[in-house]
Design a protein around this ligand. Structure first.
Ligand SMILES: [Zn+2]
Length: 236
């Protein structure tokens, strides 16, 4: 069966003499692995359409245990990201994270839209540290695993003006429930984290967070994501 879709190139590993095995986040089939024969030859017909982070139109032959790429053409190459080391680093880190968290063959429009929006805006956003916090929150929301921030994640209580973050409990916890090991968040940081999910990438610059608050937020969110990454996943 010949299939046509569009997808982002998440990963490429060398295979045999001149082939590549690609991990692709496709719009219609979720995460899939494709074999691109001859892709590492200089005169390969695929050209730059298989470069990491590129959004390409892909035509592949789908057999039971093998998906063989036939044609690929670039839709968007995100040049503004690839020519900027810091933006490129953040984009590659995000794609790596997404690849770890997403299972194969589970088409998910929310995850595809997350990556499409993110790469579309990353070339022009200003505060990259803040964007790195937003990446974690927005990706987790797209995956349906966002931390609980509207009420106490440990006891369900209403949150007042004291906040702790508990990766184990899955989000914010209240003053009565917090335990040793939870991270205290300033009310401003807690409010800003909640606001991030309601803001588009271009509007994140409206938030004013200090560098140490951003580092703290990245730390607790990474710890939170660590719990989900420990779950057994098929790796490709
Ligand atoms: Zn509580």
């Amino acid at each position: 069966m010949i299939i046509k879709t569009v997808g982002f190139i998440l990963r490429a590993i060398k295979f045999r003499e001149s082939d590549l095995i690609l991990t692709v986040l496709s719009r219609d089939y979720g995460k899939i692995a494709l074999i691109a024969k001859g892709a590492r030859r200089p005169e390969s017909k695929f050209g730059a359409a298989l470069d990491l982070l590129t959004l390409s139109e892909l035509v592949f032959y789908d057999a039971e245990n093998l998906k063989l790429l036939k044609e690929a053409s670039i839709i968007e190459d995100y040049r503004a990201i690839k020519s900027d080391y810091e933006r490129l680093t953040l984009a590659l880190h995000t794609v790596h994270l997404l690849n770890q968290l997403v299972e194969e063959h589970h088409p998910d429009r929310a995850v595809f839209a997350f990556l499409h929006d993110f790469l579309g805006e990353l070339g022009s956003v200003k505060n990259l540290d803040l964007v790195a916090v937003a990446v974690r929150l927005k990706l987790m929301r797209a995956l349906g695993i966002a931390p609980r921030m509207g009420s106490c994640a440990r006891g369900g209580h209403k949150l007042t003006n004291e906040f702790w973050f508990s990766p184990q409990s899955g989000g914010f916890v209240c003053e009565a429930c917090h335990q040793a090991g939870d991270t205290r968040l300033s009310p401003r940081l807690a409010q800003n984290l909640k606001m991030i999910l309601g803001l588009s990438w271009g509007k994140l610059d409206r938030l004013a967070l200090a560098e140490d608050e951003i580092k703290l937020a990245q730390g607790v969110l990474d710890e939170f994501m660590g719990f989900h990454l420990k779950a057994p996943q098929k790796s490709t």
